[in-house]
Write a protein that binds this ligand. Structure first.
Ligand SMILES: [Zn+2]
Length: 402
C-alpha cells in the first residue's frame, strides 16, 4: 500500500553539501518527490505535515559495519535476532543496515546470511532498519589481528565456502586480510560481483595492499583498529621498514575507510586527521556496534550466542574481559554523527554525509538511499538541535520505537 504523502517542515534540511533553512521535504508513494525552501515547494493535496519543531530534517543513516544491538547479535543467526538489532538501530536513526558477520563456523555464517535474507524479503517498517545487504566481514582475519572476535572461528579464505555464501545473493561488502593465502582470489571474486571489497583485521604491508588493490580492494575496516602500522609490519617482515595499511589508505585517493566515532575508540585529533586526509567522500562513520546497544552494563557474547567470545559492556563501550582492550561500541549512528560534528571541523552536512551518502556510495546503494533527493526512498529523520533522533521515517512511513 503506498504511504500517504508527507511534508516535513519547520526545520533546517540537511543536504550532502549544504543546509536549507526553513526547508521542506515532500514524500509520496514511499519516495522523496521534492526538496527545497518551504515557500518554493508545492505540497500535494492531502499531505500530512510533519513538524520538525525548529530542529533538523535529515537523511536516514546507513551503517555498513554493525554486529548487533538490544541483546541480539546478527551471528545468532535467526530472523528474530536480526529484527531485534535492526529495530534498535532504527531508533538511533539507521534506516539502511549491512549486518556484519564475524568469525564462526561455516554453519553459523550461513545461518546468519539466510536469516538476513529472510528479513530483507519480508521487510516491513516495524522490522527496523532495512537490510540493504550483508557485510561478509569474518572469518578471514589475520591470526594476530583477530581482536575481540573468537580466535577458533577464524580461517584463511576458502573458495568452496565463500562462493556458496556469495551465491546466496545477500552480500554487498566483503572483507579479507590481504596477507592471507587466497586473499587475492577472494578479492577478485568479490569485485567481479560488484561488492565493496575491503581489507580488515590485517597486518598487511604496503606491497600486500598494492596487490590487493590490483585485485579490487578499495576500503579498510575501522581505521587504526585491528590494522597494521609501520612498527607492526617491521616486526613481521623486518627491515627495511615498510608502509602499512595506514600509509596505503591515506595515500590513495581511490581508497576509502571508516572510523568508529564513539569518542572512546579514537581521540578527537585522530578523527580530525582522518577527516582532513581522506575528506568526507572517502571517510565514513560506522557503529561497529555489538549486542549491548541500549542494554544494561554486564557480560555479553560477541558473535554467536552459543559460543561467541565474552566481553563486558560498561554502558559506554565494550571491553575485553581482561581489560586488555576495547571490544567495539554499544551506541548507535546518531552518537557517531554527533561526535564527528562536536569533536572535528566537519560541517553539519559533512558529518551527516559521512553517516549517510558516503556509506551509500561506497556500498553501491546511493541511487536509492543516502540523501534527501527526489527519487530516493523516503528515509527521513527529524532531529532536534542537538542532533538527537526524534522521529524516524522509512519509505514515507513512521517507525514507532517501542
Ligand atoms: Zn566489527
Amino acid at each position: 500500500m503506498p504511504a500517504r504523502p508527507l511534508v516535513f517542515v519547520h526545520g533546517t534540511v540537511i543536504l550532502p553539501n549544504r543546509e536549507i533553512e526553513d526547508g521542506a521535504v515532500v514524500c509520496s508513494g514511499g519516495k522523496i518527490v521534492a526538496v527545497g525552501g518551504r515557500r518554493e515547494i508545492r505540497v500535494p493535496k492531502g499531505a500530512a505535515t510533519i513538524d520538525a519543531k525548529g530542529g533538523f530534517i535529515g537523511p536516514g543513516y546507513i551503517d555498513i559495519h554493525v554486529h548487533g544491538g538490544a541483546g541480539a547479535d546478527f551471528m545468532d543467526g535467526t530472523p528474530e535476532a536480526v529484527r531485534t538489532a535492526n529495530r534498535v538501530h532504527a531508533k538511533h536513526g539507521t534506516t539502511s543496515i549491512f549486518p556484519t558477520t564475524t568469525t564462526g563456523s561455516r554453519e553459523q555464517i550461513t545461518a546468519m546470511l539466510r536469516a538476513c535474507k529472510a528479513v530483507q524479503r519480508g521487510w516491513k517498517v516495524r522490522d527496523g532498519a532495512y537490510v540493504a545487504g550483508v557485510h561478509f566481514y569474518g572469518p578471514y582475519f589475520a591470526p594476530e589481528k583477530v581482536g575481540c572476535h573468537l580466535k577458533s572461528g577464524r580461517r584463511d579464505p576458502d573458495p568452496q565456502e565463500y562462493r556458496k555464501d556469495f551465491d546466496l545473493g545477500i552480500i554487498k561488502i566483503a572483507t579479507c586480510a590481504a596477507e592471507l593465502t587466497g586473499a587475492e582470489a577472494f578479492y577478485r571474486e568479490a569485485a567481479r560481483r560488484g561488492y565493496l571489497v575491503t581489507c580488515g583485521h590485517s597486518d598487511s604491508s604496503w606491497s600486500e595492499m598494492a596487490r590487493a588493490f590490483r585485485a579490487g580492494m578499495r576500503h579498510v575496516d575501522h581505521f587504526w583498529c585491528a590494522m597494521s602500522s609501520v612498527p607492526s609490519v617491521r616486526a613481521r617482515l623486518k627491515e627495511p621498514m615498510q608502509g602499512s595499511m595506514e600509509q596505503f589508505t591515506l595515500f590513495h585517493e581511490a581508497m576509502s575507510t571508516e572510523v568508529i566515532a564513539d569518542g572512546i575508540h579514537l581521540s578527537s585529533e585522530l578523527l580530525e586527521y582522518a577527516l582532513r586526509m581522506k575528506g568526507p567522500e572517502r571517510l565514513l562513520l560506522v557503529t561497529d556496534a555489538n549486542r549491548a546497544v541500549d542494554m544494561p552494563p554486564g557480560r555479553y557474547r560477541f558473535g554467536p550466542k552459543a559460543d561467541g567470545s565474552w566481553f563486558v559492556s560498561n554502558g559506554k563501550v565494550g571491553i575485553n574481559p581482561d581489560g586488555s582492550g576495547l571490544a567495539s561500541t554499544v551506541v548507535g549512528m546518531d552518537t557517531m554523527v554527533r561526535i564527528m560534528k562536536q569533536k572535528t571541523s566537519a560541517s553539519l552536512p559533512e558529518a551527516v554525509r559521512m553517516g549517510s551518502l558516503t556509506p551509500a556510495e561506497r556500498a553501491g546503494i546511493a541511487q536509492k538511499a543516502g540523501s534527501l533527493e527526489a527519487g530516493k526512498r523516503a528515509d527521513v529523520l527529524v532531529l532536534d538541535k542537538g542532533l538527537n533522533v526524534k522521529r524516524v521515517f522509512m519509505r514515507g512511513e513512521e517507525f514507532a520505537a517501542s
